[in-house]
Design a protein around this ligand. Structure first.
Ligand code: CTP
Ligand SMILES: C[C@](O)(CO)[C@H](O)COP(=O)(O)O
Length: 232
């Protein structure tokens, strides 16, 4: 990361890290929980900052942890840290508002996808640079998918050939992401969803198995294995 900004190609990455991690079980906010001895957020920011086009990183931290997160990330990379919001969408909006003038490509990347490789950051940024207005990394759905009524009654089998599992980082022209957040009404689970609502086409690039979202305890075990045994 260097300080000079080139509006045509430079990238700012927003890292929403304000979530509690309820599905991971009781403990500190998820982004601060340890993975192989370091907080998830440190792993995520280290990988993002290693991507050559990234010039600005803005982290949305849990509200009461802003100072601690600033201190924690200071040795990792230059970052702007802002208080997160009550929802992921609010955290992203707060981070977006803190991006300085300059970068015209903005990526949004979950702290919870702590092992997403720098190459994926570059691949998403590159697709936006090449002309897409919005880009998401996706993987094919590998399980048979059923529609279920109530708790346990199968209604039918869904054709999965057109389905994709969506990851982060998601990349956008800055004006597109800003307009989508300005127009947002209900919270959606991802930023591409807001952009779709604006009628903007969203492109796909191949995702990475390493960009798994650490959501449940098993995911943390898997990530620990990938990091310590596979060298992710
Ligand atoms: N108010 C929130 C909620 C979520 N996030 C961030 O959004 C990303 C994706 O959210 P998820 O993995 O679902 O995290 P949590 O909301 O913390 O998980 P849970 O629903 O289990 O509490 C995470 O990096 C999380 O920190 C955020 O910045 N602010
Ligand atoms: C943005 C996201 O990571 C894409 O898969 C996801 O939508 C975050 O929300 P979730 O509710 O934790 O799945």
């Amino acid at each position: 990361m260097t300080a000079q900004l080139n509006p045509r190609g430079d990238v700012a990455v927003l890292v929403p890290a304000g979530g509690a991690g309820v599905r991971l079980g009781p403990g500190a906010p998820k982004a601060l929980r340890p993975l192989a001895g370091e907080p998830l957020l440190v792993h995520a920011v280290r990988r993002v900052s290693a991507a050559p086009s990234v010039r600005v990183i803005v982290v949305a931290a849990p509200v009461v942890e802003v100072a601690a997160v600033r201190a924690m990330l200071a040795p990792v990379a230059p970052v702007i840290v802002v208080p997160g919001g009550a929802t992921r969408q609010e955290s992203v909006a707060a981070a977006l508002a803190a991006v300085p003038a300059g970068p015209e490509i903005i990526l949004v990347h979950d702290a919870a996808r702590a092992l997403a490789p720098s190459g994926l950051v570059e691949s998403v940024a590159g697709a936006v640079r090449a002309g897409r207005e919005a880009v998401i990394p996706v993987l094919p759905v590998v399980d048979t998918i059923k529609e279920v009524s109530g708790a346990d009654l199968v209604v039918g089998t869904v054709d999965r050939s057109a389905l994709r599992a969506v990851q982060t980082p998601q990349g956008f022209r800055r004006a597109v992401l800003t307009a989508a957040h300005a127009a947002a009404t209900d919270p959606l689970t991802d930023d591409a969803g807001l952009v779709e609502k604006q009628g903007v086409p969203v492109g796909c690039v191949p995702g990475s198995e390493y960009a798994l979202k650490i959501t449940r305890p098993f995911d943390l075990l898997l990530a620990e294995h990938l990091l310590t045994r596979v060298g992710a």
